[in-house]
Structures are given as C-alpha cells and as structure tokens.
Ligand binder design. Structure first.
Ligand code: RB5
Length: 155
C-alpha cells in the first residue's frame, strides 16, 4: 500500500513515530512517502494537507496520513480537495468506521490530542480496515454527488 504522510511542525514528532510504526508492519506491505514537514522546519498546515490530499486524489497514493496539533485543520483542508474523504480519528472505533462506512482515504490525527501509543493503535485499525460497500456505498456516492454539484457551481 502506497501511503503519503505529512505534518506541520506541531505534528512532526508524531509523524516520525508513525512512519517508524508503518515500516514495522509485518502483515501489510507499506511504502511510505513523507511530503514534509522536515525536522526543524516550520510550515502552515494547509500547505502540507493540500500536498498529501492532492497526491492521493491524483492516484499517486492509495492513502494519506496527516498530523497537526489537533488533526482538525488538516482534515478541513484535505476535504477541500475533490475526491478526498479525510477523517480525524482518535479512537479505534472511529478509525474502523472511517474506512468501512466512509471510505476515508485520509486519516488525520492531533499530536496534542493523542499519545503516540494510542495513535499507533488507531492508525493500525484504519490501515487494516477496508470500505464495506453495501449499504454504505450509496451514502458515499451521495458525498461525491454533492461535491460535484458545488464544483459545477464554481465560476
Ligand atoms: C498550530 O498551527 C495548530 O493550529 C495546528 O497544528 C493544528 O492544530 C490546526 O488545526
């Protein structure tokens, strides 16, 4: 699974921790590409959120992971990119549902909200869960339909 990961400076230590964790997975083969921010650098979170979300929307990566202080600014920004469904998850149930019900290809987390061990558990649940389809499929299709309606409305 090709994954793009990114953070702002507030999320940097957790991003690094999660990168290590991803590469330790034995039952799922992951290829992780870090789109920033680098050590000691500062950035505004929307820049990294857009870079990761655009890369996923283009199909360069199957999934994206974004970390900031709260996970919220990253999700708000990533969800502006057409085709992206980003979910902020700080518990395992939400992470599973984000995949199974919402087909969220982008996971966001807040380094000021969750500790690294819990974040790893949440990440693994999201990583191993797949979209269930079935009754969730028309609901996710509706999200795309609404998105297309407003894209068309743009000048
Ligand atoms: C810091 O800029 C903080 O606002 C950011 O990391 C994030 O929590 C925004 O949602």
């Amino acid at each position: 699974m090709k994954i793009a990961i990114g953070s702002d400076d507030a999320g940097y230590p957790l991003k690094e921790n999660l990168k290590t964790f991803l590469l330790e997975q034995e039952d799922v083969e992951v290829e992780v590409h870090d789109l920033g921010v680098g050590e000691g650098e500062t950035t505004h979170y929307p820049l990294i959120a857009a870079a990761v979300a655009e890369a996923v929307a283009r199909g360069d990566f199957e999934r994206g992971i974004l970390v900031c202080g709260t996970g919220l600014g990253m999700a708000i920004t990533a969800n502006k990119i057409p085709g992206i469904r980003a979910a902020t998850c700080h518990n395992v149930y939400s992470a599973e549902r984000a995949r199974k019900s919402n087909d969220a290809q982008v996971l966001t987390m807040g380094a000021r909200v969750i500790g690294p061990e819990s974040a790893r558990t949440v990440l693994r649940a999201w990583l191993l869960s797949e979209f269930a389809g079935g009754r969730s499929a028309p609901k996710v299709a509706k999200i795309t339909e609404i998105e297309r309606k407003y894209l068309k409305a743009l000048p």
